[in-house]
Ligand binder design. Structure first.
Ligand code: NAD
Length: 300
């Protein structure tokens, strides 16, 4: 069945996601504040709309892929997206945003007579291009079922995590594990260096022992043991440090809001925020290993 989708936010993720919907035969009305991005999307078959509200008014489903919650809520409310949409329109927000903002977005959509789903993704730009994203969804079972045919065109897996905000919650909990474990793996390699233990030897043991984790065996922060890891290409991302800093910042907000005692999560957020600001802005998040060495930035 062909669905008319309004796709708002045609950046690094949204552009290829919208293109995959077109490829699957859906009609996509696209809008981005940056005209060049709307023009680039037009080349993939997306029909450029004059405004986000114009696109929403003509669509069955509105998908947003925006930087943060402030943009999502402002579009929904002040910029008239909810008011412009036909009653019962399904609003799917794929951006990574604050859990509290996601719940507010659900409430606002419901109050305006619409349906909503938060559906942030993992898999990055490569996953967006290859349609191999994983979606983590929050909202009602009916909304998830209605969204699934579209999500399956843009990704390889969609998990219904629970009620409003549960998708965002799953995303930040997962990335908090990842941020902490990358720092842990990096600290272990730095300790190994100071003890005269070879990187490969540590890898050979830890990768098949209880230290095993994704940060070690897929995204290994030192060059050598895992040929495909960003460390072997001068730490070109991969998953860029500022995105990890953003996600850990959202996790820290949720920790504070809930009064949750999670000192490592807060420390990881602090370390990644500093790293993203001070030299890590263009690098993969695994490059945080450089900040842990006493000489700060030089290989042993
Ligand atoms: P991006 O900055 O490339 O794209 C966001 C787009 O939104 C921009 O083109 C911007 O012009 C547009 N925009 C902002 N406000 C708008 C408005 N009011 N109306 C219309 N367009 C508007 O960012 P991205 O990398 O595509 O990331 C999008 C979201 O996906 C973020 O929430 C990010 O955290 C999340 N995410 C990104 C990645 C990644 O690897 N890039 C991975 C997972 C999740």
């Amino acid at each position: 069945m062909t669905t008319t989708v309004a796709f708002i936010g045609l950046g690094r993720m949204g552009g290829p996601m919208a293109a995959n919907l077109v490829k699957a035969g859906h009609r996509v009305l696209g809008f981005d504040l940056v005209p060049a991005l709307s023009a680039a999307a037009a080349a993939t078959g997306v029909e450029p709309a004059g405004s986000a509200a114009e696109a929403a008014g003509a669509a069955d489903v509105v998908i947003t892929m925006l930087p943060a919650g402030a943009q999502v809520l402002s579009l929904y409310r002040e910029q008239g997206l909810l008011a412009a949409a036909r009653p019962g329109t399904l609003f799917i927000d794929c951006s990574t945003i604050d859990v509290a903002d996601a719940r507010t977005a659900h409430e606002a959509a419901g109050a305006a007579g619409h349906r909503a789903l938060d559906a942030p993704v993992s898999g990055g730009v490569i996953g967006a291009e290859a349609a191999t994203l994983t979606f983590m969804a929050g909202g009602g079972a009916d909304e998830f079922a209605a969204a699934e045919p579209l999500l399956s065109v843009m990704g390889k897996k969609a998990v219904h995590c629970g009620a409003a905000g549960a998708g965002q919650a799953a995303k930040i909990c997962n990335n908090m594990i990842l941020g902490i474990s990358m720092i842990g793996v990096s600290e272990a390699f730095v300790l190994a260096e100071s003890l005269g233990l070879d990187h490969q030897a540590l890898y050979d043991v830890a990768s098949t022992a209880s230290g095993q984790c994704w940060a070690l065996t897929v995204n290994c922060p030192v060059p050598g043991p895992v040929p495909g890891s960003p460390a072997n290409r001068d730490y070109r991302p991969g998953f860029a440090a500022p995105l990890m800093a953003k996600d850990l910042g959202l996790a820290a907000n949720a920790l504070r809001a809930g009064g949750v005692h999670a000192p490592l999560g807060l420390k990881a957020a602090e370390m990644y925020a500093a790293f993203a600001e001070e030299g890590g802005g263009e690098l993969d998040f695994s490059a945080i290993v450089h900040t842990l060495r006493p000489q700060n930035g030089t290989q042993p």
